[in-house]
Design a protein around this ligand. Structure first.
Ligand SMILES: [Fe+2]
Length: 335
């Protein structure tokens, strides 16, 4: 409630002092439709104009490192947490107020990861899922663990996307839960027996048209496809949520941060605050089938209940985790 009044008050103030605030530049690895809608709502609420620069999260993180203190960026919004880690490690992210940090880890969302250095905050959750084509494989035949899909008995049946940021986080998850040897064996098995795709959407479409029985993707791609198709009856494929704390039931999270070298930190902080507010989360949840991370916001998609996902507990909060996983990908010949 409080936040709703606050944004209304800000909107009123913006009408009176439109000139007093600076514009901000947001580097965004988030899917464009979501970041654009939130940025527009933010401008409407505050009068602060935003320039969005879209790109892959890891590429933009690399660009931010290169630009250092000369960066034109005020805010970085990434599809995953991992791109934040190298920036945090070298001090490129500004500390966030504690109420902003805790906005998306309240009741029901206690498992949402928190920044070790207090310099980024999660903005939405995504579930790792298996999308499968019931014409080619039945739900009963699916594996109980994502680790099985790298075994020879599954040869040729599984699509995966090694360049996806969520895949990298899944590798970190497997390494943490099962050990680095298990993670390497999983990657080597996928490489040897399974079909690699360039993008999640491409892998999903391959399943949808029956080119491969199943693929490892993020939940939201499928819900967005179903919405575009108009009805679930128009979609052939279905999702399998592995559950029981298997690494295949992993949640990954998008995250946002203010750049330490931003020249417009006040406005940048307001943007981040808006993204994790009830209003900002609702705008995003109306458009994208990712999980909002507040109990006062609900998705406009009929998402599989967040409380039923049973993800494993993994804390991906250190730079070393990411480096180790990248090293494993390289070793397996996937990078
Ligand atoms: Fe994505």
């Amino acid at each position: 409630m409080l936040s709703r009044f606050k944004w209304m008050a800000l909107a009123a103030a913006a009408l009176w002092s439109a000139q007093a605030v600076a514009d901000i530049t947001v580097y965004s690895g988030q899917h464009k439709s979501g970041s654009e809608a939130v940025a527009q709502a933010f401008t409407k609420a505050t009068g602060i104009k935003t320039t969005l620069r879209q790109g892959s999260s890891e590429q933009m993180a690399g660009q931010l490192v290169e630009e250092g203190e000369r960066t034109p960026a005020d805010v970085f919004w990434a599809e995953q947490i991992t791109p934040m880690l190298s920036l945090s490690e070298i001090g490129l992210l500004a500390k966030l107020p504690s109420d902003v940090i805790s906005a998306t880890s309240g009741a029901g969302y206690e498992s949402v990861p928190l920044a070790e250095n207090g310099d980024w905050v999660a903005t939405s959750g995504r579930a790792r899922v298996v999308v499968y084509n019931p014409d080619l494989i039945s739900k009963d035949e699916l594996a109980d663990s994502v680790l099985d899909y790298a075994k020879p008995e599954w040869e040729g049946k599984v699509g995966y996307v090694p360049t996806s940021g969520a895949f990298l986080e899944q590798v970190i998850g497997i390494a943490k839960l099962e050990g680095e040897d298990a993670a390497l064996a999983w990657l080597e098995g996928l490489k040897k027996y399974q079909k690699s795709y360039a993008k999640n959407a491409v892998a999903m479409t391959a399943v949808e048209r029956g080119a491969v029985p199943l693929a490892l993707i993020n939940n939201y791609y499928w819900y967005n496809m179903a919405r575009e198709a108009g009805s679930l009856d128009n979609v052939k494929s279905r999702l399998d949520y592995i559950g029981h704390q298997d690494p295949g039931a992993m949640m990954t999270y998008a995250a946002i941060a203010v750049l330490e070298h931003s020249g417009n930190k006040d406005e940048a902080m307001q943007f981040v605050e808006f993204v994790v507010s009830q209003e900002g989360q609702q705008v995003f949840a109306d458009l994208r089938a990712e999980y909002p991370l507040r109990s006062d916001v609900s998705s406009s998609f009929e998402l599989y209940p967040y409380a039923k996902i049973e993800p494993p507990t993994i804390s991906i909060t250190t730079f070393d985790d990411k480096e180790n996983a990248l090293h494993l990908l390289e070793k397996a010949g996937l990078k």
